[in-house]
Design a protein around this ligand. Structure first.
Ligand SMILES: N[C@@H](CCC(=O)N[C@@H](CS)C(=O)NCC(=O)O)C(=O)O
Length: 211
């Protein structure tokens, strides 16, 4: 039994999605963000950064959504979310996981949380630079899928697609949402048909960008 500390629609959603895809038993604990160090001292002991997600595995708490996703994929090989270690697709699996988490995930965080860059509102030049980085990331993914989809690792759906799906959703209110790229739009539509996505919306009470 896993325990997932989550906030609806946040970085925890990819971990939640993976648990649903795997069919593993889990317990949810909702966390209000930003956390209040006074009220949430107990949570800070689980996750010293005060962020979501935190996943408790075998009684120990861990953070970082992409790492948690890879951990779940490894612990449940029958779900087929990761190519086996040593297989031909394993290098591409690592490459895209880390690309998505760093070139997109970390930049989204700066876009949505200007406090990380020391201000309450992003300066126009910084905002523009972050927007261009995010769009460049999506252009690269779009070209990759157009050259050899339908999924990030080719023929088979994997955990990489779950991570991409969460980050694609985060673009929905940006100047150029992913649905503006035809290949990404078709990719997002394909992924949003998965039962895990619909179930996640029900459980987390999400509405926007359902399909
Ligand atoms: N790199 C981390 C980022 C986690 C993150 O930024 N979580 C956000 C929600 S999407 C959060 O907890 N924000 C509250 C805060 O930082 O105060 C991950 O992917 O797990």
């Amino acid at each position: 039994m896993y325990t997932l500390y989550y906030h609806p629609g946040s970085a925890s959603m990819v971990v939640h999605l993976a648990l649903l895809e795997i069919g593993a038993p889990y317990h949810l604990e909702k966390v209000d963000v930003p956390i209040d160090p006074q009220r949430d001292a107990a949570y800070l002991k689980l996750n010293p950064r005060g962020q979501v997600p935190t996943l408790v595995v075998d009684g120990k708490p861990y953070f970082e959504s992409a790492a948690l996703l890879m951990l779940l994929a490894e612990r449940h090989p029958d779900a087929g979310l990761a190519p086996p270690a040593g297989s031909l697709l394993r290098p591409a699996y690592y490459q895209w996981m880390f690309f998505l988490a760093t070139a997109l995930g970390a930049v989204y965080r700066q876009w949505f949380m200007p406090g990380d860059l020391g201000s309450t509102e992003l300066a126009p030049s910084v905002r523009d630079a972050l927007r261009r980085k995010i769009e460049a990331g999506w252009s690269l993914v779009d070209a990759h899928l157009a050259a050899g989809g339908p999924y990030m690792l080719g023929a088979e759906f994997t955990a990489v697609d779950l991570l991409a799906l969460m980050y694609m959703r985060w673009s929905r209110n940006m100047p150029k949402p992913v649905t503006a790229w035809p290949t990404l739009r078709a990719y997002a539509d394909r992924l949003r048909e998965r039962p895990s996505w619909k179930k996640l919306y029900e459980i987390e009470g999400l509405t926007e960008w359902a399909s």
